[in-house]
Design a protein around this ligand. Structure first.
Ligand code: UFG
Length: 330
């Protein structure tokens, strides 16, 4: 029996594939390589290149593999892009997932773990954010992820399947060995951009907004290491295979760091001066996002290993130094 990872060549997907292989699971990967990287694939994991919106392709995969559970990462994930191209997000994230879910049900697969996001909450009324906080996404990305969650909810009830939805906060860092890491094109996330400024790949970074109601005026986020996220997926699979009921979990460290604190921590880790220029607010950024991950700790037994921001940045720095132009040497 295998675990099928959809979107297993992307950032969080590839780290989860790696963790599954390291834990001795039999793993198969589906990815269309639109945003994923062939070079991130593990030789131990069987690879099927194709699109989750292609029913005939998926049927073939489900025929070849005896799939015990699916882990689903295959989605677009950029907030800014989703505002500009909402229909692309509805098509890629929701419509294709509907096709995949239908084929999964037809193939008799009963369990799925999938990527959701803190973006489903929008601007929170209270922090730390618990799973029962109101969901009011403020962009099409968060909206499509929430719609996916609702689709899984109703389909699970109707078809007798179980799911776990994992709402990630700010994923960061790279595998401890530095072979895989974060490589988005274009890159929009704070930590990789700060490290590009440290290595000289870019001249400076912009601090988006310095008048937020926070201690230093910049936005506060809850950074969680990608390998800790990977472990949460394995625990979620075990939980479902052990008969656990469908659930939604937040995944974060429960600690917030401001943009200025991230820049400072990166200066410490890299020993390089990093030029940071104050800039206007970026549209749609909530001031503070901090997770309560109590539920994941209690029910899944999840405990993040990386709690120090310097250690998380250090792993990203090792990756960046070895792959300054990402997987494909851009
Ligand atoms: N930031 C800067 N300068 C930059 C890039 C980012 O100041 O060059 C700031 C942002 O304004 C934000 C913080 O750094 O305050 C973190 O920004 P990221 O783009 O790294 O991450 P986000 O918090 O915007 O997004 C993350 C995930 C999304 C998810 C979202 C939940 O990447 O997938 O959290 O709100 F939807």
């Amino acid at each position: 029996m295998s675990i099928l990872v959809l979107g297993g060549a992307g950032y969080i997907g590839s780290h989860t594939v790696c963790a599954l292989c390291e834990a001795g699971y039999d793993v198969a990967v589906v990815d269309n390589l639109v945003t994923g990287h062939r070079a991130s694939l593990r030789p131990q994991a069987r690879f099927y290149e194709g699109d989750i919106g292609d029913a005939a392709f998926l049927r073939q995969v489900f025929l070849k593999e005896k799939v015990e559970a699916v882990i689903h990462f295959a989605a677009f994930s950029q907030v800014g892009e989703s505002v500009k191209k909402p229909l692309a997000y509805y098509e890629n994230n929701l419509v294709k997932t509907r096709t995949m879910l239908e084929e999964m049900v037809k193939a008799g697969i009963k369990h799925i773990v999938f990527s959701s996001t803190a973006a489903v909450y929008g601007e929170p009324k209270e922090v730390p954010i618990t799973e029962d906080a109101p969901t009011q996404p403020e962009n099409p990305y968060g909206e499509t992820k929430l719609a996916m969650e609702r689709m899984f909810h109703w389909t699970a009830q109707a078809e007798g399947i179980t799911y776990v939805s994992l709402r990630y906060f700010n994923a960061c860092g790279a595998h401890a060995e530095g072979k895989i890491g974060e490589d988005h094109d274009p890159e929009t996330h704070l930590i990789p951009l700060v490290l590009e400024a440290a290595s000289g790949k870019r001249e400076k970074i912009s601090i988006f907004g310095t008048d937020y109601p926070t201690k230093d005026g910049t936005c506060i986020r809850d950074y969680i290491h990608v390998s800790d996220l990977a472990q949460a997926h394995i625990l979620a699979v075990k939980y479902l295979l052990g008969g656990g009921k469908s659930e939604v979990f937040n995944l974060g460290n429960g600690t917030g760091f401001s943009v200025r604190e991230i820049v400072e921590a990166a200066r410490e880790v890299t020993g390089r001066p990093i030029l940071a220029q104050e800039a206007e607010r970026r549209a749609g950024d909530p001031a503070v996002l901090i997770a309560s991950s109590q539920k994941a700790k209690e029910i899944l037994g999840w405990e993040p290993k990386y709690t120090k921001i310097q250690e998380m940045i250090q792993t990203a720095w090792v990756w960046h130094q070895h792959h300054p132009h990402g997987f494909d040497g851009r």
